[in-house]
Design a protein around this ligand. Sequence first.
Ligand SMILES: NC(=O)c1ccc[n+]([C@@H]2O[C@H](COP(=O)([O-])OP(=O)(O)OC[C@H]3O[C@@H](n4cnc5c(N)ncnc54)[C@H](OP(=O)(O)O)[C@@H]3O)[C@@H](O)[C@H]2O)c1
Length: 284
Amino acid sequence: MSIVVTGATGHLGRHVVEQLLEKVPAEQVTAVVRSAGKAADLAARGVRIAVADYDAPETFDGLFAAGDKVLLISGNEVGRDRVGQHRVVIDAAKAAGVALLAYTSAPGSLTAALADDHRATEEVLLASGLPYVLLRNGWYHENYTENLAPVLEHHAVLAAAGEGRVSSASRADYAAAAVAVLTGEGHENRTYELGGDEAWSFAEYAAELSRQTGEEIVYNPVTPEALTGIMTGAGVPEPAAAAFAGADVSIGRGELVVDSGDLSRLAGRPTTPLAEAVAAALKG
Ligand SMILES: NC(=O)c1ccc[n+]([C@@H]2O[C@H](COP(=O)([O-])OP(=O)(O)OC[C@H]3O[C@@H](n4cnc5c(N)ncnc54)[C@H](OP(=O)(O)O)[C@@H]3O)[C@@H](O)[C@H]2O)c1
């Protein structure tokens, strides 16, 4: 029996494995990765490594065992058949008779196109009859704090979110919720709406950046079309730029404010304040 984490060499997956290792012996953790080389550090610490690819169903044959608890971290290739990719993992988990499959989804309130794959995957998971947990992750702080260079250069935060607010949290916070579910009891067939304790607006974000940098940084609200154009002009592929702009529209409508309290409850502590994530990013 193992706790199995897919996408383990991704940003969220690494946080999950790191936090699991604080709670359970390394030999009880299996990292599912596409490249064993990328996971060499985890193997050195005693984590079991399984090499598999959502695009190659046969690589999941025999990967899971009865009683395993599985975290399926959603794929990151927007525009691919992500639902088909996730179905490969769910089918293999079902065939093995795992005890639990937790899936990193999107907030139930999110209507942006980005959420379509998540809603469809949730349906596949529920139809499988497996004991499930839906970890409906809200936005990451890192969506913003990892992209500070153009903001600092132009002294402007650009977004197509109007006055909308977003309750983001750090990836480490979402990982803590996943670890609580994977190592705790009584989470079967539960849906958690996960978001940071505090929602913020882009004007407030710009003000926080100004405060911490000592420079004047303003919020420039733009239309979704303008944002898509600016992003494609900067080299972002059109589908990704359109998906970003669509997410901003959802923020403008308040769809990424998650006030359930589920995240801090599962993590057992308050979520990371945006100001803290900004400070860490500015420190570099
Ligand atoms: N809530 C948010 O704000 C937000 C923002 C961005 C993304 N997301 C979603 O949340 C997921 C986790 O976030 P993250 O920051 O950890 O993303 P990430 O760093 O891009 O990690 C994605 C992981 O998925 C793995 N993966 C992708 N395609 C795969 C395939 N065909 N077979 C097996 N593994 C595959 C990647 O493997 P490699 O390590 O081999 O590349 C990587 O480990 C993302 O994939 C995306 O669905 C959420």
